[in-house]
Ligand binder design. Structure first.
Ligand code: PFF
Length: 455
């Protein structure tokens, strides 16, 4: 019973599109700054455990709902629920996803705009031999110029619109198949260089030696939220992609490839960024600007700095684009099902992103001291940018994840879920179902409650 008309042309195209969605600014920009803010090692271990034992099973569940139910996020969960005699209220998964797909892009396009700006900066030669202090000053001067920032983020948004409006498959499939492996190789190279110009020992120590006293309840939520964000799970992007996957694609091995690739890229990015942090005496907890102050120093130290830095920011831009496309595809797929013309749906959604994006962009200049929800303890001192990031990543994605796990784990009739996930009767299927029924909802739910319910 699949309602989706479009299908991936090959399994490689499906996996590449999913990896393209997963690998993005989350792996570079967000992973490094959130790991930095949360003390490193212990955070990284929780993050890796969460990725494999909580988020990978939920990713598989998302694919199952998408492929079995067919269609966008308001159709697939409802179809799956109805088929197993469950109430249509499960459509809440889709509404949560649409909400997340409005909130997350609002700050995502801001950071993608910074990347776009840095392509120009790198190409101009300004990064060659740049010092830590100069890199810091350069980034601050970009942030202090709201007009420039808004121009860049809207240029990025326009490109996202263009791809989504044109229909994702033909172009995107090919782009992903080439770019994802290229980015990976570039990262390995950069990691090796960063090690030689920075303090690699301190970076490895910071990233892989856990100091459990550094880990707070907030840090555990941050690690889980980062896992959902980085693997694009919890809001239906992967569900939408799953709907385009024919019955013949094996899902579990696809999930394994996606999660391993995404985690490796995040760790490699950490190994490229943190040697510079420690080698140049920067503060790992300095926040969302961390990557934009460190990468220029690492890239600037290379012999062919201008060329390599430009190529690297271009690759980063494409990584951001393939992720942004999957974010925009969530509401657009829903609207197309309801009779919208694709480009008009994409235009309307882009308008919403552009509007909300202004609040996030100005959070580093005009609205730097505006803390709209400051009266709630969890949101004290948080700007619009921080609030969008926190609600989208740390609340909506985990919440969506719990519901997805529950629908597949408890809602689908016995045997159907494991068959649909291509597990047959083996023990892996039993383990997967157990994870969905107990560990995923209990662990993610407990972390959410501890963090969000006032003591
Ligand atoms: N996974 C993307 C990244 O790491 O940059 C961000 C993202 C894309 C999150 C799609 C959620 C999503 F549905």
């Amino acid at each position: 019973m699949t309602g989706a008309t479009e299908q991936w042309s090959s399994r490689a195209a499906f996996v590449a599109a999913a990896v393209g969605s997963a690998v993005g600014l989350g792996n570079f920009w967000r992973f490094s700054y959130v790991a930095g803010e949360n003390g490193g090692g212990a955070f990284v271990i929780v993050y890796i455990l969460a990725a494999f034992f909580l988020i990978a099973p939920i990713l598989l569940a998302e694919f199952v709902i998408g492929r079995r139910g067919g269609g966008g996020v308001l159709t697939a969960p409802a179809n799956v629920a109805r088929e197993s005699g469950r109430p249509s209220a499960w459509v809440a998964i889709g509404w949560l996803g649409i909400l997340a797909a409005a909130i997350i892009p609002a700050f995502y396009i801001v950071v993608a705009g910074w990347v776009l700006a840095y392509i120009g900066v790198a190409a101009s030669g300004a990064l060659a031999g740049i010092s830590g202090e100069a890199a810091d000053a350069l980034f601050s001067s970009l942030l202090a110029d709201p007009v420039q920032v808004l121009i860049y983020q809207n240029a990025f948004l326009a490109m996202t619109f263009a791809v989504v409006a044109a229909g994702v498959h033909a172009g995107l499939e090919r782009v992903n198949l080439i770019l994802v492996p290229t980015l990976f190789l570039a990262l390995v190279g950069l990691g090796i260089y960063a090690a030689s110009v920075g303090d690699q020992a301190a970076a490895i120590d910071f990233l892989f030696r856990p100091d459990w006293s550094e880990l707070t309840a907030q840090g555990v939520l941050a690690a889980i939220g980062q896992g959902f964000f980085s693997i694009s799970v919890g809001m239906g992007a992967m569900m939408t992609f799953g709907a385009y996957a024919p019955r013949s694609f094996p899902l579990p091995s696809s999930v394994a490839m996606i999660v391993v690739a995404d985690t490796l890229v995040a760790l490699l990015a950490g190994l490229a960024i943190f040697p510079i942090v420690f080698g140049h005496g920067l503060d790992p907890a300095s926040g969302p600007g961390l990557m934009f102050v460190t990468l220029p120093v690492a890239l600037g130290a290379l012999d062919a700095a201008t060329l390599v830095a430009t190529i690297f920011f271009v690759l980063l831009f494409f990584a951001a684009l393939t992720s942004a496309i999957s974010l925009m595809e969530v509401p657009v797929a829903v609207m197309c099902e309801r009779g919208f013309v694709r480009w008009q749906a994409a235009a309307l959604v882009s308008g919403v992103y552009a509007g909300l994006g202004i609040l996030c962009a100005l959070s580093f200049s005009t609205f730097a001291n505006v803390h709209p929800l400051g009266f709630i303890p969890t949101f004290e001192g948080r700007t619009w940018f921080d609030i969008f990031d926190f609600i989208g990543t740390n609340i909506l994605l985990p919440l969506g994840g719990i519901l997805i796990a529950a629908l597949v784990g408890w809602g689908m009739v016995a045997g159907l879920a494991t068959r649909e996930a291509d597990f047959g009767d083996g023990w892996l299927g039993v383990l997967w179902l157990w994870l969905l029924r107990t560990l995923c909802p209990v662990a993610v739910g407990a972390v959410l409650i501890v963090n969000l319910v006032p003591a």
